[in-house]
Design a protein. Structure first.
Length: 166
């Protein structure tokens, strides 16, 4: 199995895992996050499949971070409510982070071994997007496991309890 075929399998496995995670996640923000990542992974499969079949490769200028900003803006009020994550939800996020980390490492290796420019460009994009997926999951894990500190560090709230958007 070559790198492209292996990549398609990895992305398909990720889609299946994230579908199950979305189904099991009780919080609407978490559910939308997984659904957004699924769309990214489907796009990855299409690009890889096009490359595998020798078709012209179009690298869409869509990014996971832009999609997640939209999700969080749409559900800001929902997100601001005190959230208690279950142990299962946190475990799913740990597994997701591990999957994205392994995916990034795989794509870095594939990038080094790629010969054609099309392959190099695609693997560069996949490395970037998998890193962004990892960051999204890591930030979500931090938010769900320690909301108070997340607001302090990631949202740069003022020590006296004020927030930058208030």
């Amino acid at each position: 199995m070559n790198a492209i075929e292996m990549s398609i399998k990895m992305e398909t496995d990720a889609i299946n895992f994230y579908k199950e995670a979305a189904d099991r996640t009780s919080h609407p923000v978490g559910k939308k996050m997984f659904l957004s990542i699924i769309e990214d992974e489907k796009r990855h499969v299409k690009m890889l499949d096009d490359l595998f079949r020798g078709l012209d490769l179009t690298l869409e200028e869509v990014g996971p971070m832009t999609n997640m900003k939209t999700v969080f803006e749409e559900l800001r009020d929902e997100m601001m409510r005190r959230i208690t994550a279950t142990t299962d939800e946190l475990e799913v996020l740990r597994i997701a982070m591990n999957m994205e980390k392994e995916g990034t490492e795989f794509y870095r290796k594939a990038l080094k071994e790629a010969r054609a420019d099309k392959e190099k460009k695609l693997f560069e994009k996949l490395v970037l997007e998998e890193e962004q997926h990892f960051a999204i999951f890591e930030n979500t894990y931090s938010f769900l496991s320690d909301t108070g500190n997340w607001f302090m560090w990631d949202e740069h709230s003022i020590v006296d309890g004020g927030t930058p958007w208030a």
